[in-house]
Write a protein that binds this ligand. Structure first.
Ligand SMILES: Nc1ncnc2c1ncn2[C@@H]1O[C@H](COP(=O)(O)OP(=O)(O)OP(=O)(O)O)[C@@H](O)[C@H]1O
Ligand SMILES: [Mg+2]
Length: 239
């Protein structure tokens, strides 16, 4: 079953009299359980595509389906309803709430979907363990390293059991060891929980973890390939 399907999707940005054709006709499917990298030069449309798949934005033309439902014509509120519990996001700058602890940041999406205190506690503890941060539960973001903050963000994205996690340059602000640990956490969660990951990146060390690589160029899919991943390569061999 496809988690996401795009049919001939375009996105034109209009700023004043200038039009930018960010996506010029994208058709692709993301299958359940995929671990896919979205690559391509700066300005090729990666972030725009993630925003459309993530129901943060509407296509100019074409159709976007999430779990079989056409989301292309939904208004802002309907899109927010669609996202809640279905799509998790991980951003370049972590986007954690600075005044909340790791525990509370992960708990927040569970509050929004109305889980009971007992359900939340069990789920947050399980997630803290999954991203290896149990000992840091009561640290605020400024008391965590970049890699630890990003792992909190991944746990938060995963909390409501979404169908899909979208990550835009998740390692861009991390050094090599932290970036590697974040990618290994994502690979492991993908394998253990089956949650689908799609992530945009420039970094060849990150691309190596993907099982599928979709290359964008000038708003079009230039290449779409499957590859053997780096996930079985022992630590330290990656460049
Ligand atoms: N909100 C916006 N308003 C106007 N133009 C935009 C907007 N967002 C993106 N663009 C333009 O659309 C094109 C695609 O941008 P996008 O951010 O999707 O590229 P990208 O592949 O994510 O690039 P990068 O690797 O630099 O993050 C670019 O030409 C960009 O300038
Ligand atoms: Mg981008």
């Amino acid at each position: 079953m496809e988690v996401a399907k795009l049919e001939n999707v375009t996105r034109v940005y209009r700023v004043g009299n200038t039009e930018t054709h960010a996506l010029r006709g994208i058709s692709l499917s993301i299958e359940n359980g995929e671990f896919t990298a979205l690559v391509g030069p700066s300005g090729s449309g990666k972030t725009t595509l993630l925003q459309l798949i993530g129901c943060l934005d509407q296509p100019t033309s074409g159709r976007v389906f999430i779990n079989g439902k056409d989301v292309s014509k939904l208004n802002r509120n309907q899109r927010a309803d669609m996202r809640r519990g279905t799509i998790g996001f991980v951003f370049q700058f972590f986007a954690l709430i600075p005044t909340l602890t790791a525990y509370e940041n992960i708990e927040l999406p569970l509050l929004l979907i109305g889980q009971s205190a007992a359900q939340r506690r069990e789920r947050v503890m399980e997630l803290l363990q999954a991203v290896e941060l149990t000992d840091f539960a009561h640290h605020r973001p400024d008391q965590l390293s970049g890699g630890q903050q990003q792992r909190v963000a991944i746990a938060r994205a995963l909390a409501p059991n979404p169908s899909l996690i979208l990550a835009d340059e998740p390692t861009a602000n991390l050094d090599t060891p932290n970036g590697q640990q974040v990618m290994e956490t994502m690979v492991r969660l993908n394998q253990e929980t089956g949650v689908t990951f799609v992530f945009a990146t420039h970094d060849p060390r990150v691309i190596r973890y993907a099982r599928r690589v979709i290359t964008l160029r000038d708003g079009l899919v230039a290449e779409d390939t499957r590859q053997v991943t780096a996930e079985k390569v022992p630590l330290g061999i990656l460049p």
